[in-house]
Design a protein around this ligand. Sequence first.
Ligand code: FEO
Length: 169
Amino acid sequence: MINEKMEKAFLEQINAELFSEYLYLSMKAYFANLNLTGFVNWMDVQVQEERAHAMGMFDYLLERGGKVVLEKIEKPESNWNSPLDVFKAVLKHEEYITSRINALMDVAEETKDRAALAFLNWYLKEQVEEEANVSGVLAQLEMIGEDKNGLLALDKELAARTFVAPVIG
Ligand code: FEO
């Protein structure tokens, strides 16, 4: 049976992952309005990944005999000034999620929950990948600047991203 403190921390993180899904859904809508279909695809993959992250913890908590109580999800931002502005927000958000995973691991250490710690290692590695991936797109957007052809070329590139259901844990 999972410790109450650890359970609470997992529940808060499930909410944060579901908020991430909601935020990227909002960004997907922003790009859809700009007719940037490759960016829409990139965000769609991101949305699916966040749902998978949330469900990984959801299933794990149940497996450990915990109780899943869902809370309301915060309203995401819906206005950005440019694709660059969006990706700056994505990186900031992913850095925040990384700090949350680290804090979750602190709780696992505090409560001597080695099983949770081992489980969370997957999320820690995933965050390294997420930040690298987002930083790559952000760097390209910074290079592109106001060049519309550059933006369209990047849009084409982002159309190739596909969702692969992760094996978590
Ligand atoms: Fe679930 Fe993008 O972190």
